[in-house]
Ligand binder design. Structure first.
Ligand code: PHE
Ligand code: FE
Length: 275
């Protein structure tokens, strides 16, 4: 086996993907012919359900780019998406067997390669899945990679991740990923919208994140965000809001090394932001 599988969070379950297929950088070939009719049907049904509720809840940049994924009736071939994506922002999708370790993940992002899990959930996991699958990775993450400013942000994040790994600061930086790329909210023309992939690929969390009175919504602030723990197995209790992708890019352009040093001495906030 070229690479070790990744164990995510506190889960004791082994990851589902077949890591024996992976190359040294954890990428593999997308085994498109292995998808069954049921797999394509699952993708189609997830896509229909989720695209129907995007208006009024999702960032306009996301809605506009969604058709670039191609036909909704079947799981796209990543190479087909790449023809459009590379032309738009210089990014490309690479297939992976599932979650991969931090450093190879950062390395791929720094090279403008976005790792996409190639397998899809089983029908009984339609509403909820613990590990990211191709629907989450593709539908959730890829549309915004067509946005030039957001695309640059994700590459910078990858470079910043390699630096954080050298500084022992991956946990702090990963919270920024979580609260922006996965669970970020944006204010567009005065209205709250979702741009985070974890929200956009979830039928339940999309209306919850944007409209529910329950969670906290705070303006994105680096120190605060990097001090806030998060839950991987429930809806978020805290979301961070940006005003534009340019603001996100500018806010994160500074050298994080002094921030990491400062963070060492500061207490964390619970996921509900209340301590
Ligand atoms: N500016 C950050 C650093 O110096 C890198 C970074 C950029 C991190 C964008 C996240 C997002 O480490
Ligand atoms: Fe994700």
């Amino acid at each position: 086996m070229a690479v070790e599988p990744v164990v995510y969070g506190a889960s004791e379950r082994p990851p589902r993907g077949d890591y024996s297929r992976a190359r040294d950088d954890y990428t593999c070939a997308q085994d498109w012919s292995a998808y069954t009719a049921q797999d394509h049907d699952t993708y189609h049904r997830l896509y229909e359900r989720q695209s129907a509720q995007l208006p009024g809840l999702a960032s306009q940049a996301f809605i506009d780019a969604l058709p670039s994924l191609g036909a909704k009736e079947r799981i796209p071939r990543f190479d087909d998406v790449n023809e459009r994506l590379t032309r738009a922002t210089g990014w490309q999708l690479v297939a992976v067997p599932g979650l991969i370790p931090e450093v190879p993940f950062f390395q791929l992002l720094a090279e403008r390669k976005f790792p996409v899990t190639d397998w899809i959930r089983q029908p009984e996991e339609f509403d909820y899945i613990v590990e990211p699958d191709v629907f989450h990775d593709l539908f959730g993450h890829v549309p915004l990679l067509f946005n030039p400013v957001f695309a640059d942000y994700v590459q910078r994040y990858g470079e910043g991740g390699l630096k954080a790994a050298r500084l022992g600061a991956c946990e702090m930086l990963s919270r920024l990923y979580w609260y922006t790329i996965e669970f970020g909210l944006i204010r567009e023309d005065g209205a709250l919208r979702a741009y985070g992939a974890g929200i956009l690929s979830s039928a339940g969390e999309l209306p919850y994140a944007v409209r529910s009175p329950e969670p906290r919504r705070l303006p994105l602030e680096l120190l605060r965000t990097m001090r806030t723990r998060y839950k991987i197995d429930s809806y978020q209790q805290t979301y961070f809001v940006i005003d534009s992708f340019q603001q996100l890019f500018d806010l994160t352009a500074q050298d994080f090394a002094p921030l990491y040093a400062q963070l060492q001495g500061l207490p964390e906030f619970a996921a509900d932001g209340r301590d």
